[in-house]
Design a binder for this molecule. Structure first.
Ligand SMILES: Cc1cc2nc3c(=O)[nH]c(=O)nc-3n(C[C@H](O)[C@H](O)[C@H](O)COP(=O)(O)OP(=O)(O)OC[C@H]3O[C@@H](n4cnc5c(N)ncnc54)[C@H](O)[C@@H]3O)c2cc1C
Length: 289
C-alpha cells in the first residue's frame, strides 16, 4: 500500500478554533471520518499539509427537531443517523440511505458533512436530502450562509465551499404527519458498494391527490439531481400505478449518465426508470399508512 504523504493534524475543540486554523494555515483541509479523504491522500489526489480534525467539536455533532426543522450537525455519523428514532420515523428515505452505506466500520466513521463535501455524484445522502429539500449551513470566520443542498455539489468530487469554509449543519422542514419518503440503490453487490444509480422520493397526499412530489437521482449526472419534469407530472393528480409507471419512463430520458468502469450509460438510464418507479411506489404506500 502506498504510504501517506507527510502532514500535521490539528485537533480543535471548538468551531471558532477550526475556522481560525482553516483561515490561517496553508494547504489545510478539514477531515471528519477520513473515509473519503485518506484514500484520496494515499493516491496523492489532494495536496494537504494540515488536516483539521473536526471530530472533537461537540457543537457539530447533534440531531434534533427544533422550530419545525430537523437539524443535523455536520459530524453526525452515518451510524448516528441509523440509530436515530427521529430520522427513522420522519425521514425514512434518509434513514434507508444511511443504512445502505458502506460497512458498520465505515458508518461509524463516515459523516453526513463528509459525504456531501466529498461531492461524489453517487453520494448516497444526496438524493434523500434533495427530496427533503434540505439546506446546508456554511460558515467561515466572518460569514454564515445557507444554501440549498444541491448547491454544495459543484461537479464530480468538487464542492462549492471556499477553502476557509466549513459545512456546519444540514436541516430540512419536519415532514408533516402522513408524508412518505423512500430511498433505493443499485450497486454491483448488496453491501459495501457504491451506487450505480440511487434514488429518493418524497410524497404528500391530500384527499387522494398528490400535493407534493419530489424525486431525486444520483450517479446519473455530474451531481445528484432533482427531476422537476417528473415531479410536475405527479403534482395535483390522483396517484396510480399506471401514472407512476408513465412518470418513471420519462425519468430515464431526463437523466444524463455517462459510461464508466462501473456501468454503461444505457444501464444507468434503464435503472433510473426502475428505481424511480420503486421509490415513488414505496413513498406513496408510506403516505397511505
Ligand atoms: C469501504 C467504503 C465504503 C463506502 N461506501 C459508501 C456508500 O455506500 N455510499 C456512499 O455514499 N459513500 C460511501 N463511502 C464513502 C464515504 O464513506 C462517505 O462519503 C462518508 O460519508 C464520508 O464521510 P467522512 O466523514 O469520512 O468524510 P472525510 O473523508 O472526512 O471528508 C470527505 C471530504 O469532505 C471534506 N469535509 C468533511 N467534513 C467537512 C465539513 N464539515 N465541511 C467542509 N468540508 C468537509 C473533507 O475535507 C474531504 O474533502 C465508502 C467509503 C469506503 C472507504
Amino acid at each position: 500500500m502506498r504510504p501517506l504523504p507527510r502532514f500535521r493534524v490539528h485537533r480543535p475543540e471548538s468551531l471558532e478554533e477550526a475556522l481560525e486554523l482553516l483561515a490561517t494555515l496553508e494547504k489545510a483541509k478539514p477531515i471528519a471520518g477520513g473515509t473519503d479523504l485518506i484514500p484520496l491522500m494515499r493516491e496523492v489526489k489532494v495536496d494537504v499539509k494540515h488536516l483539521i480534525d473536526l471530530s472533537r467539536i461537540e457543537e457539530l455533532n447533534f440531531i434534533r427537531e427544533e422550530g419545525g426543522y430537523i437539524r443535523i450537525g455536520a459530524t453526525t455519523t452515518l451510524s448516528d443517523l441509523v440509530e436515530s428514532e427521529l430520522i427513522a420515523s420522519k425521514a425514512p428515505a434518509l434513514w434507508e440511505a444511511a443504512a445502505s452505506m458502506g460497512s458498520p466500520q465505515i458508518r461509524n466513521r463516515g459523516t453526513i458533512g463528509g459525504n456531501l463535501c466529498n461531492a461524489s455524484p453517487a453520494a448516497d445522502l444526496g438524493p434523500p436530502l434533495l427530496a427533503l429539500e434540505a439546506e446546508a449551513e456554511i460558515r467561515s470566520l466572518d460569514e454564515s450562509r445557507c444554501i440549498p443542498i444541491g448547491e454544495v455539489f459543484a461537479g464530480p468530487k468538487v464542492n462549492s465551499l471556499a477553502e476557509d469554509e466549513l459545512l456546519t449543519e444540514v436541516r430540512f422542514k419536519t415532514p408533516p404527519q402522513g408524508a412518505g419518503s423512500a430511498f433505493e440503490k443499485i450497486g454491483r453487490r448488496k453491501a459495501v458498494t457504491l451506487a450505480l444509480v440511487n434514488a429518493a422520493a418524497y410524497i404528500e397526499v391530500e384527499d387522494k391527490t398528490c400535493r407534493v412530489a419530489r424525486l431525486a437521482l444520483g450517479a446519473v449526472a455530474d451531481r445528484p439531481m432533482r427531476l422537476g419534469e417528473a415531479e410536475e407530472m405527479l403534482r395535483g393528480k390522483e396517484l396510480s400505478e399506471e401514472l407512476i409507471e408513465e412518470v418513471s419512463a420519462l425519468c430515464s430520458k431526463l437523466v444524463r449518465p455517462i459510461d464508466d468502469i462501473r456501468a454503461s450509460a444505457w444501464y444507468r438510464r434503464e435503472m433510473s426508470r426502475v428505481l424511480s418507479r420503486r421509490v415513488l411506489l414505496k413513498a406513496w404506500r408510506r403516505c397511505k399508512a
